[in-house]
Ligand binder design. Structure first.
Ligand code: SF4
Length: 231
């Protein structure tokens, strides 16, 4: 790894920038700009400090880990739905809406182990095994890597029988992306927004069904139902 990285200072920096964006946000686009900024800053730091890091086996077309619950903050949900609405064709949007609704009905009440046992991929994983929302994928998806793809398959298989198997990953990337998630959440807390996280599938389903949640969030009201909250 190149120059030393101070995670605490980084988090303070991201939180400050997130709060500046959030304070100025009067429309939902202001919220999506904030989360885009946070992801860009995190990716920029990753690029600077990537040199000399562990080999990462993750590639488009794998998608093995895309069968887990993913925690998201509500501005991430807004960013994803905006991407679907503005970048995808009407047919692609219909496909996403159908897959999200179907997956939600299957995973709504499942804990992590049952979710893995279900073996159902994320609604955003396309037929080639790539993430169809890659530019706006959640920070927690960006945190997960593996230095050996076969370890992921073995670990997921073992998890269905309640056995924990380690997956060796790039810990800098994990800390960076999780740190960004926490910094944004702390910014939301400071300014009185709903700072809770929920499941990706549930969040997207809710916002597709209830677009008015964007305005509700801006009014500092709760947007997650208790059933869709991250444990
Ligand atoms: S959002 Fe993309 S990267 Fe994340 S689990 Fe879904 S398909 Fe995988």
């Amino acid at each position: 790894m190149g120059e030393t990285f101070d995670l605490g200072k980084y988090r303070d920096h991201v939180q400050k920038m997130a709060m500046e964006h959030l304070s100025a946000a009067k429309v939902p686009e202001g919220l999506t700009q904030m989360i885009k900024m946070a992801a860009e800053v995190a990716e920029g730091e990753l690029e600077i400090h990537r040199e000399g890091g562990e080999h990462i086996a993750c590639r488009a077309g794998c998608g093995t880990c895309c069968a887990l619950n993913v925690a998201v903050l509500f501005p991430e949900v807004l960013n994803i739905v905006e991407f679907v609405r503005t970048r995808m064709s009407p047919e692609e949007q219909q496909g996403i809406e159908r897959r999200v609704a179907e997956l939600f009905s299957l995973v709504e009440c499942l804990g992590e182990e049952d979710r893995i046992s279900l073996g159902q991929s994320c609604a955003f994983l396309d037929e080639s095994g790539s993430c169809s929302i890659y530019p706006v994928r959640p920070l927690i998806c960006r945190a997960v890597t593996s230095i050996n793809a076969s370890h992921c398959e073995e670990a997921l298989q073992a998890a269905t029988t309640g056995v924990d198997r380690p997956i060796f990953m790039n810990m800098f990337q994990k800390s960076l992306m999780e740190g960004t998630f926490i910094a944004v959440a702390e910014g939301l807390t400071q300014l009185g927004f709903d700072d809770r996280s929920g499941q990706l599938t549930a969040g997207v389903r809710r916002l597709l069904d209830m677009p008015e949640l964007a305005e509700r969030f801006l009014e500092r009201k709760n947007v997650w139902s208790e059933q869709t909250m991250e444990e």
